[in-house]
Design a protein around this ligand. Structure first.
Ligand code: FES
Length: 181
């Protein structure tokens, strides 16, 4: 017999999940059920599925894996790799490592914030972009550099950075038109 709490909890999960995500989430939970020290792997799996760590999903995991919510949130907020808020379709990592910093990363940040209409860490209203800072991205010869969806762009000037954003917006519009056609 299920209690009313479980029913409410599953409804909330469904509101942030598609059927495919729900099934993948259950697979993830089953994979790590009873496995000691698996919390980081579970959270990485959740973030891969949703792009961030939705609170209802963390609560579901807490119930299913018998982990205290405080422990889950403690780990989720301790590591910079985890995000508790939704991100845009395209994640911009703007490098703030030493090479990029001395080559003008601040000016790139100003241009990106202006072009996107967000502050660092923000997501555009249309949820197309999220702008975040990153430590060295490992391609210092391109400094200053940003990475979007795994692709590095550099060396950047403020104008080049704006153009990359505009080009991606154009591609987004084209694919929307194709879908609508
Ligand atoms: S410092 Fe920016 S890529 Fe290394």
């Amino acid at each position: 017999m299920s209690c009313c709490c479980q029913t409410e909890e599953s409804t909330t999960i469904q509101s942030v999940s598609t059927a495919i995500q729900l099934s993948a989430l259950e697979d993830l939970i089953n994979r790590y059920r009873g496995v000691e020290g698996s919390l980081i792997s579970v959270l990485q799996g959740v973030q891969e599925l949703y792009g961030y760590l939705p609170r209802p999903v963390l609560e579901h995991i807490s119930l299913q894996l018998g982990m205290k919510k405080a422990r889950i949130y403690g780990v989720a907020t301790f590591y910079a790799q985890f995000r508790l808020t939704p991100v845009g379709k395209h994640l911009i990592l703007l490098c703030q490592g030493t090479a990029c910093h001395v080559n003008g990363a601040d000016k790139i940040e100003t241009a990106l914030c202006d072009e996107l209409g967000v502050e660092m860490g923000g997501t555009t209203d249309d949820r197309v972009f999220t702008l975040t800072e990153a430590a060295c991205l490992g391609c210092c010869s391109l400094a200053p550099v940003m990475m979007i969806d795994g692709q590095a762009y550099g060396p950047l000037t403020p104008d080049r950075a704006r153009k990359v954003i505009r080009d991606i917006y154009k591609q987004e519009e084209q694919s929307r038109e194709e879908v609508g056609a």
